[in-house]
Design a protein around this ligand. Structure first.
Ligand SMILES: *Cc1c(COP(=O)(O)O)cnc(C)c1O
Length: 426
């Protein structure tokens, strides 16, 4: 082997995996087991005391999941990762390490509809208070900082309108405030954007979307950049203070630049319980092998469809950062030069009724609540994913009544355009 560092496509196929040492199996086996035999009593005790790494019980870790963790950490440029049952589970586990009841975190207003719900309602019941900021107005993040702020949360490419977030500018605000920047990189995937290269401290994903890529398995992952100093000012006691459940270990002191990933595993996943099934880990790993190929095709198709829509008389507006006329095109050129993703929105001159009617007339596009599938998908956010918001909040989050969201798949672009053409003229 040369001493060349492997490229992204090579890592997507190989990182974390090797032929199975006992059977020679080349694909990563599905270790469908709940638990693992200890070598002896001392080994068992050292595993439970965090003095040795190894497998105990699949709620805490599993060898199939470990390959997935190593692979995504490599693709994102992090020190370690933790796979969990869903994207939403990843968000709960991350914030549980950072917030005490009564604390705050700042979140960009443009987010996946489910995250808006989770932050507003479910997290409130834990005493975690979300403070909203506008990703198009960096100063709104600065203004939102208080002594109780413990984190900033943004999406790299934001749902539903596919806008591009200025990660570096918000990272500067986070650094000044002394809090970690968490980036949900689901819509970009590390193929398009690697947030850690732009100052993110923690990256989260819904693996359910482009990483798994085939619309068949739920999963989530947390990637630790290993960059944040958790010991300052006693702000993050889960990481800096002695842990009674592990004989008084201090996680940052003991585990250094992968302390956060460890905390998520041994305090979050172990105690909250949202473990990823090894079967899903296997499905997602298989999906990741073709991520670079799929993502490029998703983006190329999305650009062609966006160009077609921009020229259609029934279309009022197209929000796709890959179009030169788009408000986010400069940011897209900087952060996502290979393509601006495959999830975007467009507005119909006919308003709410035209949006509802279009989704019912499309034939090749599937009408459902997901993104990042090989298949092309469509939804009308105002009547579904964002229906819980009032009208002003819908418009602010990019889900006004006339807006339709597309997730462009990897079919032939001519077929996607023909389907939209027939539905728009029907
Ligand atoms: C889907 C999604 C989530 C939630 O992920 P689940 O796997 O459905 O729990 C979070 N963020 C974004 C951007 C998503 O698209």
């Amino acid at each position: 082997m040369s001493d060349r560092l492997p490229g992204f496509s090579t890592l997507a196929v190989h990182a974390g995996a090797q032929p199975d040492p006992t059977t020679g199996a080349r694909a990563t086996p599905i270790y469908q087991t709940t638990s693992f035999v200890f070598n002896d009593a001392d080994h068992a005790a050292s595993l439970f005391g965090l003095q040795a790494f190894g497998n105990i019980y699949t709620r805490i870790g599993n060898p199939t999941n470990a390959v997935l963790e190593e692979r995504v950490a490599a693709l994102e440029g992090g020190t370690a990762a933790l796979a969990v049952a869903s994207g939403h589970a990843a968000q709960v586990v991350v914030l549980q390490q950072l917030l005490q009841p009564g604390d705050e975190f700042i979140a960009a207003r443009k987010l996946y509809g489910g995250s808006i719900n989770q932050f507003t309602h479910a997290f409130k019941s834990f005493g975690w208070n979300v403070v909203w900021a506008d990703p198009d107005d960096i100063a709104s993040f600065e203004r939102a900082v208080t002594p109780r702020t413990k984190a900033i949360f943004i999406e790299s490419i934001a749902n539903p309108g596919g806008s591009i977030t200025d990660i570096e500018a918000i990272s500067t605000v986070a650094t000044k405030a002394g809090v970690p920047l968490i980036v949900d990189n689901t819509l970009a995937s590390p193929y398009l954007i690697r947030p850690i290269d732009h100052g993110a401290d923690i990256v989260v994903h819904s693996l359910t979307k482009f990483l798994g890529g085939h619309g068949n398995s739920l999963g989530g992952i947390i990637v630790d950049a290993g960059t944040f100093d958790w010991s300052t000012g006693g702000k993050y006691p889960m990481l800096s203070e002695p842990r009674p459940e592990y004989h008084g270990i201090r996680l940052q002191e003991t585990f250094g630049n992968f302390a956060f990933a460890i905390a998520c595993r041994v305090l979050g996943l172990r105690d909250l319980g949202p473990a990823l099934s090894p079967f899903n880990a296997f499905m997602i790993l298989t999906g990741i092998e073709t991520l670079p190929l799929r993502m490029q095709k998703h983006c190329d198709n999305a650009k062609a469809v966006a160009e077609f829509l921009a020229g259609h008389p029934a279309v009022a507006s197209v929000s796709y950062a890959g179009l030169p006329s788009d408000k986010y095109n400069q940011l897209a050129r900087k952060y996502a030069p290979k393509g601006a993703g495959a999830v975007f929105t467009f507005g119909l001159k006919g308003g709410y009724d035209a949006g509802v009617s279009l989704v019912s007339k499309l034939q090749l596009f599937s009408h459902l609540a997901n993104v990042g599938d090989t298949r092309s998908l469509v939804i009308h956010p105002a009547s579904t994913t964002h229906s819980q918001l009032d009208d002003a909040a819908k418009v602010k989050s990019g889900a006004g009544p006339d807006v339709v969201r597309l997730s462009i798949g990897i079919e032939d672009k001519e077929d996607l355009i023909a389907d939209l053409e027939q539905a728009l003229s029907a």
